[in-house]
Write a protein that binds this ligand. Structure first.
Ligand SMILES: [Zn+2]
Length: 244
């Protein structure tokens, strides 16, 4: 599905009311000075990626945000059972659908890590309801991947495996910015990131697990949401997670 592409940078418009043109002939002068669509969210620009540096005059900021991890299940067994070319087409489909869904809800596709993607909501596009936007994006990832099941049915049928995605989400204060000195990496760190990653590991194929912090914010969209306790790696006590 084609992404609804914004003509101007949503981030720059929101924070500075400056129309940074991303596409078409009018984008030429912006490209000359190095402003182009961000690879992490093509509806924002390369300036936005480092907005906190200019605006906050810091290389790292503490902010309230939502982190989403989505992971392609059975990746290791799949990569053993499939040819490299077939595996690449499965991974491409997974990345494309994750990216499309995350961008549809104004999230930042921060990283792709092997068989997983990590997204940040509430940067650079500010979202009052970032937890809700992340949950909607997660549902859209599941919907899109389910829609593509048939395409891979024959391929995966041979392996006896499914094209299944597990998703975990957490919200709260985290540290966002540039980390590392020799290799600068723009990313988020903190307990929220670890928790979202662990929740993702606990999720079954087709499942979305969110923390209590997310549930508190998204309650209205999760009628009948019930908690189950999970023993997550790296956390001493069992953690309550909700199915979204
Ligand atoms: Zn921008």
């Amino acid at each position: 599905m084609a992404l609804q592409q914004s003509l101007i940078c949503k981030g720059c418009w929101q924070t500075m009311r400056v129309p940074v043109v991303l596409r078409g002939v009018l984008s030429a002068p912006f490209r000359v000075v190095g402003l182009r669509p961000s690879r992490m969210n093509p509806n924002t620009c390369t300036l936005c990626e480092l907005m906190f540096k200019r605006v906050m005059k810091a290389t790292k900021v503490t902010m309230d945000a939502t982190i989403l991890f989505a992971d392609l299940r059975a990746y290791t067994s799949l990569s053993q059972a499939l040819s490299a070319a077939d595996m690449a087409s499965v991974l491409d489909a997974f990345y494309d659908e994750c990216a499309g869904a995350i961008w549809e809800f104004d999230g930042l596709l921060n990283k792709t890590i092997g068989d997983a993607v990590m997204a940040v909501f509430n940067f650079p596009i500010k979202q009052q309801d970032h937890a809700r936007q992340a949950v909607l994006a997660a549902r859209e990832i599941q919907r899109r991947c389910t829609a593509r099941q048939a395409e891979f049915a024959e391929l995966l049928g041979r392996t006896g495996m499914e094209f299944g995605i597990g998703i975990g989400i957490d919200s709260g204060e985290l540290s966002f910015g540039e980390f590392g000195r020799s290799h600068r990496d723009l990313t988020a760190i903190g307990t929220v990131v670890n928790m979202a990653s662990r929740a993702q590991s606990a999720a079954a194929a087709g499942e979305i697990l969110v923390t209590g912090a997310v549930y508190q914010r998204v309650r209205a969209d999760m009628p009948g949401g019930t908690a189950k306790k999970y023993q997550l790696k790296g956390f001493d006590r069992p953690v309550e997670l909700y199915t979204a």
